[in-house]
Design a binder for this molecule. Sequence first.
Ligand SMILES: Nc1nc2c(c(=O)[nH]1)N[C@H]1C(S)=C(S)[C@@H](COP(=O)(O)O)O[C@H]1N2
Ligand SMILES: [Mo]
Length: 383
Amino acid sequence: MRLPTVEDLERRLPRPESFSSDLRGPRTTSRLGLALGLAFTVCFLTGVWSHVQYHPPAWLGPSPVWLYRVTQGLHVATGLAAIPLLLVKLWSVYPLLFARPPAVRRDLLLHLIERATIAVLVASSIFQLATGVANILKWYPWAFSFRATHFAVAWLAVGALLVHIGVKLPVIRAALTAPLADDRSTLIGRRTLLAATAGAVATVTVATVGQTVPFLRRVSVLSPRAPGGPQGLPVNRTADQAGARAAALDPGFVVTVTCGDRQVTLTRSDLAALPQRTHRLPIACVEGWSADAMWTGPSVRDVIALAGASAGVTVRVGSMQTRGAFATTELPPRFVADHRTLLALELDGRTLDVDHGFPCRIIAPNRPGVLQTKWVDRLEVVT
Ligand SMILES: Nc1nc2c(c(=O)[nH]1)N[C@H]1C(S)=C(S)[C@@H](COP(=O)(O)O)O[C@H]1N2
Ligand SMILES: [Mo]
């Protein structure tokens, strides 16, 4: 028996021309690429914005209250819409994997660079969409920090995307100006393929966007945290999961407010005796769901005034949770100064459920959900 030679193997490998479907080719790929490029651009820009909102710089304030809700909703929606687009686009080009390297040495170098960029682009795109979805599902099968890594890889993807568009621009231009359909009759045409892809994008969007657009809630069968939850509001981490239940329900509960060497302790009744404010504000979770609710309680500004603090300070907020991240967060000066930033005691006119942060929680306008600290027992003025 003779072992197959490299030449034998090479002969058996398909070539791009071996894939004969008329549906593939630059005219389809460029249109899919255009849609995917748009989705990626919106997803990238809103993602960078989310990153900014996580550690708000001094110029970023609490208005408009819905800003983070909209940007993060768009981030998750465009990321999900990119999944069917990416799958169909990869299908439309994968025969090119079998292209043989050019024989001329100079061409070979360019070819290798182009291939390497595409490898980075495909790998980073898949990584971003996969980790994003896993995060929505609160599934963390990795050891790295989701936020730092998702942020870093986004730049890799965008860099590779820009190089890719630059290299392909002549092909893209020609393909976008060529008519989509031609005379050859195939079972389904390019138009049908693109329409089906658009249908898949629409289905994914409608099936998930109800987690943030109220009137679509009932058709959003796939949104992971559609209605439900105590007091009609979803809960990301319950009091039990955070190990906060015992302390939260302790009748001896007090909030400690510290400003320099002044310290006051307040019971829940003390908080309820302060001027109460009611505001309609959203909880906008990083994971894409959001919901409006009426929150009532004293403003943080009124509470810290009891320890002698004035506006224009940063407040460190401490929680009674014993497990997991986000036990302490910071309220920057512009948020503290705003009377809509509440130490909420009530949700929609009723005492907060323990899963929503009883005895009291932070609710501030235009703030990522993950920083709306529940089970608060410490406010510390940082100067
Ligand atoms: N102490 C504490 N507060 C917390 C969390 C937490 O894990 N610990 N989760 C946050 C997240 S991720 C969100 S989206 C909101 C959700 O508020 P809700 O459960 O009342 O809807 O609470 C935030 N507050
Ligand atoms: Mo969240």
